[in-house]
Design a protein around this ligand. Structure first.
Ligand code: ARG
Length: 562
């Protein structure tokens, strides 16, 4: 139910059509406090046309408006304040939530359009970083939000599985590596060889020549080089998948950088045909002066192609394969320039769909205020973070609810959910510090708090043992008003989160809804047997439904007991 529309219509009618419904609609505000009503219309815009002071206009409007649909309509200074009829409102909202159930908030704005999402995309033979975690969980939540609003997302893990570093890795492995070591602990061992290579090549520059040779062999399809590369790739992928399994996140495609090896010639050809390539100090570049950007480096002096050339090939491939309506890249803010260049070059190539490409940047996760970096040894191993979070959740569950039946499963859902929620409640672009104890708390602005509130709603329903009748769901208790308003605002909140590519909007919403429901529950008796019992249980059930949808949109599970 669009109450703003109803109000806009009341106003237009009272004004005898002096204003258009749309322009009235756009002016309607939501007052800061509830004692100023649920919606307010500022009358300033009418002062010129009506040659009257806004205060007067407000008073006159109140007299003209048909008030039957409202609890009351009041003039307050230059504003007309509308108070919705609470029982009609509660009946409408609760019936909608209960009948639509898990589909509450579904929308069709996406028109089934496909949206590839480039997400996670870690680099082979290196540990997944906290940055990759952010990309993974933001991308996953955006995919859920897009599905809910009628798009068809395609989750693509654009693995960093090609580049000169593989020449170095092969050389390092040949010198110091062993098959058993790698098999036992792939990522850490491969990383160790790689780090050692970088230490030793300072005094032994000939190592670099060897690495270059290996990379050349790899590019030329040499058997041994290819076999080693494939092996590194597959053991890395296996350990990445362990983490994705823990997070409960899947991908539709693992086509990484290597997949585009044979697709870059075409890119270079188009650039040549369009006379966009220029030579600069032996390298081939595209000048992007008119976009106020640095030139894009398409080919290096030695002919090797670069990161952006691969991304050009990938963008074209995705357009051809999915005919997308939007193409998203969830990649850290440090690559903002790269994606600006990517879009600009595509534009220069004559691809207008370049405008449908959106980089979704995000801020850094710091540890005790410091930037994490593999080289400095300030690494946080994601696998360990998740395991520690699960352990912390288990401890809390043991002290709060020692008899819980499937405690291990719930501890997993709470621990992992806590890490995901913490990441998503922060606005994307904000950087934040990571403190595991803070993340897994059952109180405060945490995932477990929302999960706990939802489980509590479920336990109230179990205790009541009453099948809610979906009719006549009127509630007069003023304590319930805020919660009802949050429930009603969910569909528009989902749309805003998709529009802004901002899962934090959903996380914050879930926190607010949970908080308002807990306040209501602390101040009102739900389980008394009177004529509004059915309506109150309908409210409890609606809160449970909406909290579960919100958590799931974030990629967080909602256990019904914890
Ligand atoms: N592998 C890159 C990194 O770890 C991220 C790749 C992002 N996706 C892309 N299409 N460029 O920094």
């Amino acid at each position: 139910m669009d109450y703003k529309k109803q109000i806009a219509q009341s106003i237009v009618k009272a004004l005898d059509g002096k204003l258009e419904e749309q322009s009235v609609y756009e002016k309607i505000e939501v007052p800061k406090t509830v004692n100023l009503g649920d919606y307010a219309f500022p009358t300033f815009i009418l002062a010129k046309t009506l040659h009257k002071a806004p205060q007067m206009i407000a008073k006159d409007l109140v007299d003209q408006i048909n008030q039957t649909n409202y609890e009351k309509v009041e003039a307050a200074g230059p504003y007309v304040n509308f108070f919705l009829d609470k029982s009609t409102f509660s009946d409408e909202v609760l019936q909608t939530v209960l009948t639509q159930n898990s589909h509450y908030g579904d929308a069709t704005v996406g028109n089934n359009g496909k949206v590839p999402i480039d997400m996670s995309s870690p680099n082979i033979a290196k540990p997944i970083s906290m940055g990759h975690l952010r990309s993974t969980v933001i991308g996953n939540s955006l995919a859920n939000l897009l599905t809910k609003t009628g798009y068809r997302p395609v989750k693509i893990n654009h693995l960093g599985d090609w580049g000169t570093q593989f020449g170095k890795l092969i050389e390092a492995y040949k010198l110091w590596g062993s098959e058993e070591e790698v098999k036992a602990d792939p990522i850490n061992k491969l990383l160790e060889y790689y780090v050692r290579f970088h230490k030793e090549d300072k005094d032994h520059p000939e190592l670099d020549d060897e690495a270059r040779k290996w990379f050349k062999k790899l590019e030329d399809g040499d058997d041994e080089a290819i076999q080693l590369w494939q092996w590194f790739r597959s053991v890395s992928l296996q350990s990445f998948k362990r983490i994705y399994d823990k997070l409960g996140i899947t991908f539709d495609s693992y086509k990484g950088e290597a997949f585009y090896n044979d697709k870059m010639d075409e890119v270079v050809q188009i650039l040549e045909d369009k006379k966009l390539l220029k030579e600069s100090q032996g390298a081939e570049i595209v000048d992007l002066d008119k976009y106020n950007l640095n030139p894009a480096l398409i080919k290096k002096t030695d002919g090797a192609t670069l990161y952006i050339t691969r991304d050009l090939a990938a963008a074209i491939y995705r357009k051809r394969t999915y005919d997308f309506v939007q193409s998203l890249y969830v990649v850290g803010a440090e690559q903002i320039n790269h994606f600006k260049q990517l879009k600009a070059v595509l534009k220069e190539m004559g691809f207008d769909w370049s405008d449908d490409i959106h980089h979704i940047p995000f801020g850094l996760i710091t540890l005790n205020g410091k930037k994490l970096s593999t080289r400095s040894g300030r690494v946080v191993l994601l696998d360990k973070v998740l395991d520690d979070a699960i352990d912390l959740a288990k401890q809390q569950i043991q002290s709060k609810n020692p008899d819980l039946k499937n405690a291990d499963q719930v501890a997993h859902e709470v621990g992992v959910g806590a890490v995901i929620f913490h990441d998503l409640k922060n606005e994307r672009m904000n950087s934040f510090d990571f403190d595991l104890n803070e993340v897994v708390r059952f109180e405060g602005e945490t995932g477990p708090y929302v999960q706990y509130t939802r489980a509590r709603a479920e336990s109230i329903l179990r205790k009541a043992d009453h099948k809610v009748a979906v009719a006549d769901l009127k509630l007069s208790d003023p304590n319930v008003w805020e919660t009802l308003k949050f429930l009603q605002a969910f569909p528009e909140t989902v749309l805003r989160a998709v529009r802004e590519y901002e899962p934090s909007i959903i996380a914050k919403y879930a926190l607010h809804l949970a908080k308002s429901f807990n306040q209501y529950y602390a101040n009102s008796k739900v389980l008394v047997k009177d004529d509004q019992l059915n309506s109150r249980l309908a409210l409890v059930q609606s809160v449970s439904i909406v909290l579960e949808i919100a958590l799931n949109l974030l990629g967080v599970q909602a256990p019904s007991e914890m």
